[in-house]
Design a protein around this ligand. Structure first.
Ligand SMILES: [Zn+2]
Length: 834
């Protein structure tokens, strides 16, 4: 056997060999064995970063060597359920968005005009085109490729002499300065187009634009709410171009962007859902230039900082129903569809940059468990927010339980979900492009498992084709078959997921145990021959995760799949057209179950039921889900929907229940659009809790802004100053200059003699100010009476305004304000003292 020393070899090399396999195989008259056959399986934590892969454009010096290299788009032909999702996407909303969205009308778009003039020129068109073009490339669909080309040609012909291109209005969109966020997305469109077509216009075009960008003053990269947060995207584009042209100024541009944009390498700098999902990766994107491990660690640290607080439920996303809000961490909080696809894209980038297979696991988690449920089963509509616990998708307002007011849960193909409507397009196509990656040692890596076929250059630039046949994640085996015109020597990497303790590999039918650990790569170095077969088994088992930070709720996994209660779904059209309906989904069966688990071994509580027959083309519906779990459960009678229709928040487990034991069915989360995936656990004895009916908040107001809540006044979160946007707030927005009130009720009469009010005032940001004046009333019988002997009714910012008064015994206080003319106002905290 040939020795293959590699960095970071795990375990003993001797044990990692497919021991005895060679000897066994050579006794058989197999063709491949006759020519110096050599079967060895190594296990590595990450691929080596030594030599560059000249077969594909890898990182050039002085960039850190690539761990993985993306194959040109078109190298991978997706098959199986993934192909069907892509076809549904082509037949659904994304494939027909030009008929639905005003931002995708060619004649109205500033992106389509050679002079950059037009009604619409912001993010929507590039968002859509980024996925639409790639959808055409991965499906090799001539109609979509032609459709995307029309837009790309228009963009390519819109460049000004100085290098700027596209909508001219964006050149001065930020108070006279350029708003370059939409351009970041359009560069991605062009990169994909080039990878697919090698069109000779793209490289000079991008070079001219990035030269223009490089000539902008450094402040450009720190400007604007969106641009400064997301400019890391252009660092990636500059490196992409550098790897193709080698022009050193592109790295200067990357450094300039990194130094001047929002500094994600210092921690979380913005809690907006999509900003987080795409911004957190920036330090790692910059890493190849700086070659400082701290930057890779910073991206991981950012991920942990978000998920450690807001990602405490299954599905791979986090609670950010517009922004992450302190206190809003329940499994019923939502994750925006833009966030799902951007997070996936981030993970796909991070696999290549770091080589760490954990990012691929995280990508699969979102792809299997969250993305399918963000859309209708026919991909003709989507919603804004997908939650781990979400039992009704009606069109009504869910704010302040959900931060955004208005329709957020029901499905629609229209502009009510404007950003996601366009941006969802790249979710599945980008995923399909990353199934296989080239390795720096001229091999290939199966990074994300799916049925597909890949054709790529390996070893001495020989072109091989590998067909991958699998039902994964609904099946545990992955079969590879190689076609090659002549024997090819190259390493084949297989990702071993974190949940898989005992994978096994067989070459041409000969099995050998792989002594590997989860989260690594099994590497087979061989001279591969036409017709060689490789079988990978990734045994899956049930496991139970406990979410200590979310009331000890539990979730259930089977391999990469997480599970939800199977809830009967009733679809009801409320708008749109018959071809493009808007739909609500209501539950037809009970959902308020807690699980009855085996205390010693919770995973033993589940029976796995694989449905007979092949995996359906679309496995992501309640009825077609290829597998189910059965488990004992009890209803929790007091667990209900709240007045907004939101599922009640989880309460501490274990939970008492006197209801009879039933057997309930769980299905993969991705197939469940109505879902309970973070479950209470039923318990008995002293540590079991009663589920209590949620209290009606004791505070109310004359008016409350949709995204704010009266409850925020009494949530106990201490303001840092009056302009503190990091905590929930109450405001009377958009009432201005009016007389308003807030009220604080008590369960039983109490004696009070003081209040403290912390006013909200966002001078410099918005139009809320401290009020012109205020007074305090208390309830006596049916009447409201002003407090007596009051001290000062102060309106100071950045501090509590304490008011003392003659003690009163009452069941409610009312604070009346007169807002300043032309301004609104609000309260961050309101305390009541004896
Ligand atoms: Zn969105």
């Amino acid at each position: 056997m040939k020795s293959n020393p590699t960095p970071r070899l795990l375990g003993s090399p001797g044990r990692l060999r497919l021991a005895g396999l060679l000897a066994a195989l050579c006794l058989q008259p197999q063709v491949w064995c006759m020519a110096d056959a050599d079967v060895a399986a190594r296990v590595v934590a990450v691929p080596p970063a030594g030599s560059g892969n000249a077969l594909y454009p890898a990182n050039r010096q002085p960039l850190a060597p690539s761990r993985f290299i993306k194959l040109p788009i078109g190298s991978i032909t997706p098959k199986g359920w993934l192909r069907f999702q892509l076809q549904l996407e082509a037949d659904g909303m994304t494939g027909h968005l030009e008929e639905i969205s005003q931002w995708c009308k060619f004649n109205d778009s500033a992106w389509a005009s050679p002079s950059g003039e037009g009604k619409f020129g912001w993010e929507e068109l590039p968002y859509w085109l980024k996925g639409y073009g790639d959808l055409g490339y991965v499906l090799n669909d001539p109609k979509i490729i032609r459709g995307a080309r029309k837009w790309i040609d228009a963009t390519l012909s819109s460049q000004e002499a100085d290098g700027y291109f596209g909508p001219r209005a964006n050149k001065t969109g930020l108070e006279g300065h350029p708003d370059l966020w939409p351009h970041m997305v359009m560069l991605n469109v062009l990169q994909s187009f080039y990878e697919f077509s090698a069109d000779e216009r793209v490289i000079p075009f991008m070079t001219r634009y990035l030269k223009w960008l490089n000539a902008q003053p450094p402040e450009t990269f720190g400007r604007g709410y969106w641009p400064k947060i997301r400019f890391g995207d252009t660092i990636e584009s500059a490196q992409w171009l550098y790897n193709r042209t080698g022009q050193p100024w592109l790295l200067d541009l990357g450094r300039k962007i990194h130094d001047n944009m929002a500094r994600w390498d210092t921690g979380i700098i913005n809690w907006h859902n999509v900003n987080l999902a795409q911004g957190f990766r920036e330090p790692a994107v910059y890493y190849p230039q700086a070659r400082d491990q701290k930057l890779l660690d910073a991206a991981e640290g950012n991920y942990q900082a978000v998920m450690g607080v807001y990602g405490q439920f299954p599905g791979g996303g986090f609670a950010g129903d517009e922004n992450c809000r302190p206190g809003y961490t329940d499994a019923r909080q939502g994750f925006e569809t833009c966030g799902i696809v951007e997070f996936m894209h981030s993970f796909e980038m991070l696999v290549k940059i770091s080589g760490n297979p954990l990012w691929a696991d995280r990508c699969e988690d979102l792809a299997f468990n969250s993305l399918p449920a963000a859309l209708t089963p026919d991909l003709k509509g989507l919603h804004y927010l997908t939650c781990a616990n979400q039992v009704q998708l009606d069109k009504n307002n869910k704010s302040p339980g959900i931060q955004n007011g208005g329709t957020m849960f029901s499905y629609s193909p229209y502009e009510v979900y404007r950003c996601c409507q366009h941006n969802v397009s790249h979710g599945w196509p980008y995923y399909a492009e990353e199934l296989w990656l080239a390795t720096p040692d001229r091999g290939l890596c199966a990074s994300l498992y799916s049925a597909c076929q890949v054709t790529a250059k390996v070893g001495d630039a020989l072109r091989v084709t590998i067909s991958e046949d699998t039902d994964y994640p609904f099946g545990q085996s992955v079969e590879f078959k190689l076609s090659a015109p002549q024997p090819a020597t190259f390493p084949l990497y297989l990702r071993i997921p974190r949940w898989c303790a005992n994978p096994s590999v067989a070459v041409n039918g000969e099995t050998a145990p792989l002594d590997s650990r989860p989260l690594a790569y099994a590497v087979l170095d061989r001279t591969w021959k036409d017709g060689d077969r490789l079988s990978l088994r990734l045994p899956m088992k049930v496991s139970v995760r406990k979410w200590a930070k979310n009331n000890n709720s539990v979730s259930v996994d089977y391999g990469p799949l997480s599970f939800s209660l199977k809830i009967g779904e009733r679809y009801s059209r409320y708008g749109g057209t018959p071809a493009w309906p808007e739909t609500e989904v209501f539950p037809t069966t009970p959902w308020n179950y807690g699980l009855v688990l085996d205390d010693r071994d919770p995973a033993k509580s589940f029976e796995v039921v694989a449905k007979p027959g092949p995996v359906p083309l679309n496995p992501f519906t309640t009825e077609s889900a290829p597998m189910e779990l059965r488990v004992r459960a009890k209803k929790i009678a007091a667990w209900k929907q709240d007045s907004l229709g939101l599922v009640g928040k989880l309460q501490p487990s274990p939970v008492k229940s006197d209801e009879p034991i039933e057997t309930v069915t769980l299905i993969p989360m991705g197939a469940a659009r109505l879902r309970i995936s973070a479950f209470p656990v039923i318990g008995e004895g002293q540590d079991a809790h009663e589920w209590t009916a949620p209290k009606t908040p004791p505070v109310s107001a004359s008016h409350c802004n949709e995204g704010d809540s009266p409850e925020a006044m009494i949530d106990g979160l201490e303001p840092k100053n009056s302009n503190d946007h990091s905590i929930p707030r109450f405001t009377w927005w958009d009432h201005r200059g009016s007389a308003e009130w807030v009220q604080y009720g008590f369960a039983r009469p109490r004696t009070v003699s003081a209040v403290e009010v912390y006013w909200f005032d966002d001078t410099g940001v918005g139009s809320c100010r401290v009020p012109a004046s205020w007074k305090l009333l208390y309830q006596e019988g049916e009447n409201w009476k002003p407090v007596e002997d009051a001290s000062e009714f102060a309106v100071r910012v950045d501090t509590y305004n304490r008011l003392r008064f003659k003690p009163v015994r009452t069941t409610a206080l009312r604070l009346e304000v007169r807002l300043q003319p032309g301004f609104s106002g609000g309260i961050l905290q309101w305390k009541v003292g004896e």
